[in-house]
Design a protein around this ligand. Structure first.
Ligand SMILES: Nc1ncnc2c1ncn2[C@@H]1O[C@H](COP(=O)(O)OP(=O)(O)OP(=O)(O)O)[C@@H](O)[C@H]1O
Ligand SMILES: [Mg+2]
Length: 289
């Protein structure tokens, strides 16, 4: 059985992504219901997932338009008047429709890099370009709009607002940015149904399990139908079966055209990505770009 959910096409060719408030491009995205998506699984770490579409590749290089460009990026923090370098000289290109996994030891700078790509922090040096737009050249309002409409962020610790219901949490990003013609309330309900939480919409995060909370976080990340999903260890706090379910959702979303960047410590999870980059001591070790 398949559930068809109308999805605003944010990755439509052509127009500037900052103009989306006046555009109303549509397409019907097909996402399978959880009955099809989720695989019951007794064996830890073995997800019975099928990848029906892989990005075109000529062996070493994937093809397609770059949607994320990280150019000569350095990031340092100032601690007790000392500059502590975290990311040294990062160059990374992620192409439209690509599913990229970032791996690396704890403390190597993976989340720092993800936060920079998601505009949650600014680089000390270098450029971040999202869908051709250099954030250094955008106003604060334009950056907020780009982040709100084009980037869905999924955190390891869910980051849900405890006093809001699941439904209100999913709707929350639309208070700041919303695409024209969208009924946020109806879409939030559709998304919660899509992630299998139709009977938990009015529960607060404290009344949800970890896996359910992560599904709410995924629905929240999708509310503005972003072209890019950034996920920082989305399965890190979940048991292996729930982790498989979440990963299965990601592969469906990727097959539906979204670009996904996912941090994981789990090589079994990472192998479902099109490409894996390894961050170690603030440097990308195996960048094939
Ligand atoms: N706000 C901050 N101020 C100072 N140092 C920070 C800050 N955020 C991160 N760091 C430091 O940056 C380094 C990289 O942290 P980061 O969270 O990016 O690692 P990570 O690779 O995501 O690790 P993990 O796998 O444990 O999540 C760590 O040494 C951390 O202490
Ligand atoms: Mg981290």
């Amino acid at each position: 059985m398949e559930t068809k959910i109308p999805i605003e096409d944010v990755s439509a060719q052509g127009g500037s992504i900052l103009d989306t408030g006046t555009e109303d491009p549509r397409l019907i995205g097909e996402l399978h219901s959880k009955e099809n998506n989720f695989t019951s699984n007794e064996n830890p770490l073995k997800c019975e997932l099928r990848r029906s579409r892989h990005l075109q590749s000529d062996g070493e290089h994937t093809t397609g338009t770059p949607v994320i460009e990280v150019i000569n990026v350095k990031k340092s923090y100032i601690l007790a008047d000392m500059e502590v370098p975290i990311l040294h000289d990062i160059n990374l290109e992620v192409r439209e429709g690509e599913f990229l996994a970032i791996m690396g030891p704890s403390g190597s700078g993976k989340s720092t890099l993800m936060n920079l790509i998601g505009f949650l922090d600014r680089p000390t040096e270098g450029k971040i370009i999202i869908k051709g737009l250099d954030i250094n050249e955008l106003s604060d309002k334009e950056v907020a709009r780009l982040r709100g409409l084009e980037i869905g962020f999924i955190f390891q610790t869910f980051n849900l607002i405890p006093r809001l219901t699941a439904l209100e949490n999913v709707e929350l990003p639309t208070y700041a940015n919303i695409r024209s013609g969208i009924d946020a309330h109806a879409r939030a309900k559709e998304l919660l149904t899509l992630v299998g939480l139709e009977d938990r919409m009015h529960h607060k995060p404290g009344e949800l399990s970890g896996g359910q909370s992560q599904r709410v976080a995924i629905a929240r990340a999708l509310i503005n139908d972003p072209a890019i999903l950034l996920a920082d260890e989305p399965t890190g706090n979940l048991d292996s079966k729930t982790g498989c379910e979440i990963l299965n959702m990601f592969t469906r979303l990727n097959e539906d055209g979204r670009t996904i960047v996912m941090i994981t410590h789990d090589p079994e999870i990472a192998r479902y990505a099109d490409r894996i980059v390894l961050v170690k001591d603030g440097i990308i070790q195996n960048n094939s770009e």
